[in-house]
Ligand binder design. Structure first.
Ligand SMILES: *[C@@H]1O[C@H](CO)[C@@H](O)[C@H](O)[C@H]1NC(C)=O
Ligand SMILES: *[C@@H]1O[C@H](CO)[C@@H](O)[C@H](O)[C@H]1NC(C)=O
Ligand SMILES: *[C@@H]1O[C@H](CO)[C@@H](O)[C@H](O)[C@H]1NC(C)=O
Length: 227
């Protein structure tokens, strides 16, 4: 139940909507709360600082993504074939360090309880209704190879297609939580760089038996967008 109380606290923190940080038109709806104090460097463990983007890039959005990682069984192993997720503004929650630095742990707790995924989806619907949805995340081949897309159309922005530059195992439970990543943009102007950290879930079982069997594994992660 701990997670429920924390999420409720998060909702309360989100209530007073203060002045937003301005963003360029392509970057979607401006954060609902000021993110000038949000600092990815302060949140990353020292041995994962390779994920930080160049200091010339400035933070445009602090978000959480909920969805599934998709796999296909190939030669006895689940191979990642993309993901489908929704991305939400958490700029107001980010102001509460207690919550923002423990999001992965909270999501793990929710995913661990019976009906947890339903709760996660319900929170996602609530956030959409509240105008907190910023983007859809999916994979497509429009850049020539299967690549991650973040499409901010739902919040009035453009899209960005990413390419992986850094891929580091989750520092707490890498068998359960997907890797932490740094991506650079190869197309689109919604962002120049993005970082996925504080991951929760998304890893498949270590082996599979039925060739070509597909699997969707729920996951959540904090995504930081830089422009
Ligand atoms: C991932 O799985 C979801 C749910 O089945 C599906 O809608 C989506 O198209 C899949 N995406 C990819 C890239 O496989
Ligand atoms: C970073 O440190 C943690 C805790 O000591 C460790 O579990 C993890 O494997 C390290 N990650 C890398 C990429 O070195
Ligand atoms: C698995 O999918 C591949 C590519 O679509 C196909 O060539 C192969 O025959 C399939 N194998 C099985 C066992 O279904």
């Amino acid at each position: 139940m701990l997670a429920i109380f924390k999420i409720a606290a998060a909702a309360l923190v989100a209530l007073p909507l203060v002045s937003a940080t301005a963003v360029a038109p392509g970057q979607g709806q401006a954060p609902k709360c000021d993110i000038s104090q949000a600092n990815l460097a302060a949140e990353l463990p020292a041995n994962l600082s390779a994920l930080l983007p160049p200091s010339s890039d400035s933070l445009s959005q602090v978000t959480i993504g909920f969805g599934t990682q998709n796999y296909t069984c190939t030669g006895g192993k689940y191979v990642n074939v993309g993901a489908l997720a929704q991305v939400f503004d958490i700029s107001c929650i980010q102001e509460s360090k207690v919550i923002s630095t423990n999001i992965a742990a909270m999501i793990n707790e929710i995913q661990g309880i019976a009906g947890g995924i339903g709760l996660e989806n319900w929170l996602g619907s609530l956030a959409s209704m509240g105008g907190f949805k910023l983007a859809d995340h999916y994979f497509d081949t429009s850049s020539g190879t299967l690549a991650p897309v973040f499409n901010f159309q739902v919040s009035g922005g453009d899209f960005v297609i990413g390419k992986k530059l850094q891929d580091l195992p989750d520092p707490t439970n890498p068998a359960v939580n997907v890797d932490w990543l740094q991506l650079t943009a190869v197309a689109g102007d919604a962002a120049k760089f993005l970082v996925r950290e504080q991951t929760a879930g998304g890893q498949p079982p270590s082996s599979c038996a039925v060739e070509n069997e597909t699997l969707q594994v729920p996951y959540a992660a904090k995504y930081w967008f830089f422009a």
